[in-house]
Write a protein that binds this ligand. Structure first.
Ligand code: ADP
Ligand code: MG
Length: 238
């Protein structure tokens, strides 16, 4: 059964349609990458799944629940953004545990979840530091850690690596892939970077102007682009 389903999902801002009746089924444990040029509706789509934007029409299901009217915290997902705002006055340990504290988990439960996330992300030596004393890559790992501690069914990433330099981006791609293999959650990952999409995805979803143009494995899309837009965007041989 699909873990996340979009059924004829539409988003309009006033008269302006930005997502046009898209359909997508994402399987449990699948790593799906939404890719396409800037402004094509990737973030809007992700934010509708997260519950951060209302949907104008259609249905979104997570598991077997229609979540259209559920607030974000009841959707059992966690989102990592490009501009991950860590709390500067809190240590890494406090940053990682904060959402669990809000959820009134006990201190032993919080400690064990934080230690496990720190272990997965190689953050254990940094737990007592504050964000200001971390590198960009370490800060991004803390942002991912905050998502992991909540053990969501679904992870949503919106361009999480765009603020990092090229070398770190490559390194973090590998870490995100390892993280997915280890944690096994369903991932919806948004990027405008074709290489990131090709290296991370089980399946790629190519968007343009609010439409889904093609869905397939990286190899399928690369070898059989449906049109010249996809071919050019992905860099398929002519
Ligand atoms: P992407 O993430 O693919 O770059 P977005 O989903 O952010 O694209 O935006 C899709 C389109 O929706 C863009 O044309 C953008 O200008 C428009 N848009 C996004 N948010 C709003 C908003 N709050 N009000 C009006 N238009 C918006
Ligand atoms: Mg975006």
């Amino acid at each position: 059964m699909a873990q996340v389903q979009l059924k004829n999902v539409v988003k309009k801002y006033g008269a302006l349609g930005v997502v046009h009746a898209i359909n997508l089924d994402i399987a449990e444990g699948e790593f799906v990458v939404l890719v396409g040029p800037s402004g094509c509706g990737k973030s809007t789509t992700l934010r509708m799944v997260a519950g951060l934007e209302d949907i104008t029409d259609g249905e979104i299901l997570i598991g077997d629940r229609v979540v259209n009217d559920l607030p974000p915290r009841e959707r059992n997902l966690a989102m990592v953004f490009q501009n991950y705002a860590l709390y500067p006055h809190m240590t890494v340990r406090e940053n990682l545990g904060f959402s669990l504290k809000i959820a009134k988990k006990s201190q032993p439960e919080i400690n064990s979840a934080v230690d496990e996330a720190a272990n997965i992300l190689s953050l254990t030596p940094m737990l007592d530091r504050k964000p200001g004393a971390l590198s960009g890559g370490q800060r991004q790992r803390v942002a991912m850690g905050r998502a992991i501690v909540r053990q969501p069914e679904v992870f949503l990433f919106d361009e999480p690596l765009s603020n990092l330099d090229a070398k770190l981006r490559t390194q973090m791609r590998v870490e995100i892939k390892k993280l997915h293999q280890r944690v096994g959650s369903t991932v919806i990952y948004v990027t405008h970077d074709q290489i990131e999409a090709m290296t991370l995805a089980d399946r790629i979803v190519i968007m343009r102007d609010g439409h889904i143009i093609q869905v397939g494995t990286p190899l399928e899309v690369f070898e059989n682009p449906v049109n010249t837009f996809v071919a050019t965007f992905i860099g398929s041989p002519p």
